[in-house]
Each structure stands twice: as C-alpha cells, then as structure tokens.
Design a protein around this ligand. Structure first.
Ligand SMILES: *[C@@H]1O[C@H](CO)[C@@H](O)[C@H](O)[C@H]1NC(C)=O
Length: 391
C-alpha cells in the first residue's frame, strides 16, 4: 500500500495536462461545436443536422466489436459523419433488426435500424474518407480484403488501426502487398495511424455493446502516404474526434512510445489474467503476490520500451517511466472485476492475441538485448495454454 501511495503522489505531482500521455476516467467535457465541423460548408455551419448525408465525411468501422462499435457510436451521435459499420453473422442480424445499442457509463447511444448503416459485404460500403480498423490481431490477414476495397483512388483515405500490440508494420505490409521480409515499407495507397484504446467495453449480446469504464483513445501517425506528405496529419486526426464526447482523445507524436504505453497495461494485466487460467483484474491488483508480479512485468516492459525508443533515436524526455507505471496501476485499481479481452478469449476458447501482444514484445526485447525473465516466463505459460487449447 505504501508503494501505491508514493506512486499516486507521483501521478499528481508530475501531472502535466499538455502531456501526450494522460489517464483519465472522467467524463470528458468537450462540448459539441457545430461551427467546427470538418469540411464544413456554409450550410453545415448553420445547421449540421440539415447537411445531406452525401456531404458528410464517411467512416468505415471495420470489425464492429466492443471497441469499433463504441467509438463508431460516438462518431455517429455527432451527426457529422456517415458512419458505416461492417458486421457479421448474428451481430449483423440483431443490429439490422433491432438497432445497435451501446450502453455506456458516459451516456448511452442507440442507433435505430433505419438509421444504422450496417454492411456484411465490404464491396457494398463504397470508398470512404476514413477506415477505423478494430480487428483482433488474430484476424490481421483479412486486412487486404477488408481495407483495400475502401481506399479512395486519390489515396486520401486515412486508416486508423485500433488494434492491440505491435501491429502497424504488418498492417502496412498487408495493405501494400509486401512480403514479410520487406523492410522498405513505402506507403502509397493511404495514410496509416496507430490507435491505442484504454477502454473497458464488451459485447454482451449481438447488437448490444456495454462500456463500463475508462475509454481514452490515443492515435499516432504510423506512416503517411508518400505522395501526399504535405498534409497535416495531426490536425486531420484531431478534427475527426473534436465533435465527439464520452471519452478523452489524445494525439501522440510518437507511435513507438504510444504502442509501448498500451503494452504497459496489456502485458501485465492481459498476461497475468491468462497465465492464471482466467482471472479478473481486481484479483490481480488485490493479491499481494500478483500485484508485485504485475509491477515486475511493467518494469521489464519499461526497460524494453525505453531501449527501443533509444535505438530509434528518441531522447530521454520521450521515455516512459514512473508516471505511466503508476497511472496504469491506478487505472487497474479502479477497474473492478473486469475480464481482459485475452482472458475472455481463453475462457471462451477463442483465438488469443498472442503473437502481436506477447510474442513480439519478447522478441523485441531479445533483439535489443534487454533481459525480461518475468515477461518471458509469463509468455511461456500463455503459449502453453495456446497450444493446449489450440487457440
Ligand atoms: C439497450 O439496452 C439496455 C440494457 O439492456 C436497455 O435497458 C435499453 O432499453 C436498450 N435500448 C434499446 C433502445 O433497446
């Protein structure tokens, strides 16, 4: 407990509102501002609700699960976008019949069937201005068939990859059709951003998503379309989320750092919840042994992250440290009996995100010569369960 108090002090004393990294579980008080609508015509500025649907930017949500439906519903409720959801199977059937119901601690959103733009055929979605890719990383091989058909001929489409783990290079390879060993990852078809969601959200039944806690979304440019590099990629992303409410949006200029920040939660908490054969987050933070284990995994993650930042030429002021470590533990302390996504996959015997979340982190540590004995042990246990249950 003493350790925790010290870290809490650190969080508050080192709190920098303008920092690219903050944790917030508070309702975000950003107000709607119709005068700032994107690509606003004069008519839209007068009344966004009268804008014809053809004049609104279009957004494809690919992978309409707990994450995609939450942020998609938040974009929908601004009334400034045509939000198109790609859905499958019983989720598609339930949502198109009864509507999409997103219940949230920060206000519910219901999209009635006659307003819901749901598709189960990617070819029918048309080309879109934005693609928000929220696939599980186990489904990454679907990127060519699910993303490429949506990209505009003029290469202006922006793709935000809200996925777990170190996925961005492989997403770019798959969009461009490069081989796995290709290192020169020129991006010609679109612009790609990495997205990190600290969101407690579950699909509790087809057509119903429940958001129970947190929600912060961070995005960073992964790679700009080489032919279109005059654009202000940061502003485009900030403008997309500006009219939304119900979560905090942060743009981080450093994707490497942002991905490792998310790993700082995923590795200990998804990791231990799975290695312990399916326990909830409160069981980890309330057990003295597992709590210590979580800290140890975080410390090893910080060591890899900062070495990775260093070899990529970032200065020490970009490093992750005590503030982020304490913030992640605080987030978990307030989370209650949350079931991590990988833990749910294990207990429901679905494919687990082992490669991109766990294996790649250990491989990167080995490449960099950083010792991660605890993380390595945890990942060995997770990979055993993966083989045992063929997940
Ligand atoms: C959405 O789900 C909640 C919780 O089950 C329910 O109370 C509410 O009536 C649903 N909303 C609609 C419009 O179906």
């Amino acid at each position: 407990m003493k350790e925790l108090k010290i870290f809490l002090l650190l969080v508050f004393s080192a709190w920098v509102p303008s920092s690219s990294f903050t944790i917030s579980n508070q309702f975000n008080s950003r107000t709607k501002s119709s005068s700032r609508s994107i690509q606003a015509t004069t008519q839209q500025e007068v009344d966004a609700t009268t804008a014809t649907s053809a004049s609104k930017p279009s957004i494809a949500i690919i992978g309409s699960g707990a994450v995609g439906c939450y942020y998609g519903a938040r974009l929908y409720e601004t009334n400034q976008y045509n939000v198109k959801f790609f859905m499958r199977n019983e989720h598609y059937t339930a949502s198109t019949t009864n509507g999409l119901n997103v219940t949230s601690i920060h206000g519910d959103v219901f999209i009635p069937p006659e307003k819901l733009m749901a598709y189960d055929d990617i070819e029918e979605m048309g080309k879109t201005d934005w693609v928000i890719l929220c696939l599980k990383s186990t489904g990454i091989d679907c990127v060519p068939e699910l993303v490429v058909p949506l990209l505009k001929e003029d290469k202006s489409t922006r793709v935000l990859v809200i996925m777990n783990g170190l996925v961005d290079e492989d997403v770019i390879r798959l969009i461009e059709g490069y081989q796995e060993d290709e290192k020169d990852l020129k991006l010609t078809k679109c612009t790609v951003y990495g997205g990190m969601a600290l969101l407690c959200s579950n699909r509790i039944r087809p057509g119903h998503i429940d958001h129970s806690y947190a929600g912060k979304l961070t995005a960073s440019l992964a790679k700009a379309n080489d032919e279109n590099n005059e654009d202000n990629h940061r502003d485009a992303m900030l403008n997309l989320w500006k009219p939304t409410q119900g979560f905090e949006f942060v743009y981080d200029d450093n994707l490497v750092r942002a991905r490792w920040s998310k790993n700082l939660w995923n590795l200990p908490f998804n990791g231990i919840s799975v290695a312990m054969n399916g326990i909830t987050v409160d069981q980890i933070v309330n057990d003295p042994g597992l709590r210590k284990l979580a800290y140890r995994v975080m410390d090893e993650t910080l060591a890899v992250a900062n070495t990775d930042l260093s070899v990529r030429g970032f200065s020490e002021k970009e490093y992750l440290g005590e503030v982020e470590r304490a913030a992640m533990m605080q987030l978990s302390d307030d989370m209650g009996p949350y079931k991590t996504s990988t833990m749910l996959d294990l207990v429901n015997r679905r494919k687990m995100e082992v490669k991109y979340v766990f294996r790649k982190a250990v491989d990167r540590a080995n490449e960099l010569g950083v010792e991660v004995p605890t993380l390595d042990t945890l990942v060995t246990q997770i990979e055993f369960l993966q083989r045992k249950y063929n997940l």
